[in-house]
Write a protein that binds this ligand. Structure first.
Ligand SMILES: *[C@@H]1O[C@H](CO)[C@@H](O)[C@H](O)[C@H]1NC(C)=O
Length: 361
């Protein structure tokens, strides 16, 4: 109710702004995109959009090295077996992060033209924005209907974790073309600082997903006491050696995923959560329930996570020891917000070079 009141308040304020603001009345392409998203902008950010909210600079051109081979998409298109498939959500609220992530991948790839992006969206119009920012990139856009998960989402410690698009990673096997056999799923609050093809060629052995595992993390705390005291639930971990892993960086074997019906298995835990709380976080715990202990371990360099601090205060964090191929601002602090607020953490400066937000300067 409060939400509706806030929304209508902002909406009328925005209407006034449209009437008064000459810049919002003219509709060159960028403005046209923004206006079609006015509702969403208001809904997600709870504030009047600034005039250049969706303005991104064009990324510089990139080219495959000689040893990469063919450049243009052949007859087989997205089914070309030489492609590296990367899936990322384009959430209005995290758009700046998603664009920086794509930018970082292209910059560090020996074969950037061999990367195919799969963008998951719940809004229309974002395709135009991606095309104008990355004119040469190969990509498809997939509409993820929020209704798919709306009835399955329960409240969590952080509101951002309840966004339906956050759950889209569970539906990649259905959304992507059946010929896509493997995909790297990446969150929107990270940058890749190494060649993504190294992550792509990681062996998963017999496993369905691969991710860096953290076996020293206290696994107990990801689930409620109610979960652990109910043998019907906690029994799922019997015979497994479950370790925490972060679902923001995953290599997924979609052939196995489809064959074993993992989407439904994850949904089943979400239904249980709806009928009685078994965890506090958002989309992560159901993945732990289904996969922890059955994950192909990937080098920790591929997810230097936690740079966004904790889920409440977003304090500054340092890197974990060891090499770095991917920097991940998981937690509530996001580098673009902290940089804008002039309250950045030292490591936020590593994100800044990939930022394409704003008009060319
Ligand atoms: C792990 O967390 C649980 C729940 O918070 C706690 O009871 C337990 O003592 C912790 N275990 C270790 C080894 O820290």
């Amino acid at each position: 109710m409060l939400w509706i009141m806030r929304f209508s308040g902002f909406f009328s304020a925005a209407m006034v702004m449209i009437v008064l603001s000459p810049s919002l009345q003219s509709f060159p392409p960028a403005e046209a995109i923004r206006s079609s998203h006015l509702d969403d902008v208001l809904r997600f950010s709870g504030q009047i959009p600034s005039a250049d909210r969706f303005s991104f600079r064009k990324a510089s051109t990139f080219r495959n090295a000689a040893e990469c081979g063919r450049r243009a998409l052949g007859k087989r298109g997205v089914c070309d077996p030489s492609l590296v498939h990367v899936a990322i959500t384009l959430d209005v609220e995290y758009l700046r992060g998603s664009v920086a992530a794509v930018h970082s991948i292209l910059q560090h790839s020996m074969c950037p033209e061999s990367v195919f992006f799969h963008f998951l969206v719940s809004d229309t119009g974002l395709e135009t924005l991606v095309r104008s920012t990355f004119p040469e990139v190969k990509f498809n856009v997939y509409y993820f209907d929020p209704e798919t998960v709306k009835s399955l989402i329960s409240t969590s410690v952080r509101q951002a974790l309840e966004q339906p698009l956050n759950y889209a990673r569970n539906y990649l096997a259905d959304l992507l073309e059946p010929c896509v056999r493997r995909v790297i799923y990446l969150d929107s609050d990270l940058v890749v600082v190494d060649d993504i093809s190294k992550l792509w060629t990681t062996s998963l052995g017999k496993k369905t997903i691969g991710a860096p595992e953290y076996c020293h993390a206290n696994f107990t705390k990801y689930f409620t006491e109610g979960f652990w005291s109910n043998r019907k639930f906690s029994g799922t971990f019997i015979g497994r050696n479950p370790c925490y892993f972060n679902t923001g960086v995953m290599v997924m074997d979609l052939v196995k995923w489809r064959r074993f019906g993992y989407t439904k298995r994850i949904e089943r835990w979400m239904e249980i959560q709806k009928s009685g709380r078994i965890y506090e976080l958002g989309s992560l715990p159901p993945f732990l329930l289904v996969f922890a202990g059955h994950v192909a371990p990937i080098e920790h360099r591929w997810n230097q996570h936690g740079l966004g601090g904790d889920n409440v205060r977003g304090s500054c964090r340092d890197l974990h020891p060891g090499p770095v191929s991917l920097l991940h601002w998981s937690g509530s602090g996001k580098p673009w917000l902290r940089l804008d607020a002039k309250q950045s953490c030292p490591l936020d400066s590593l994100w800044a070079p990939y930022d394409l937000y704003g008009n060319s300067s």
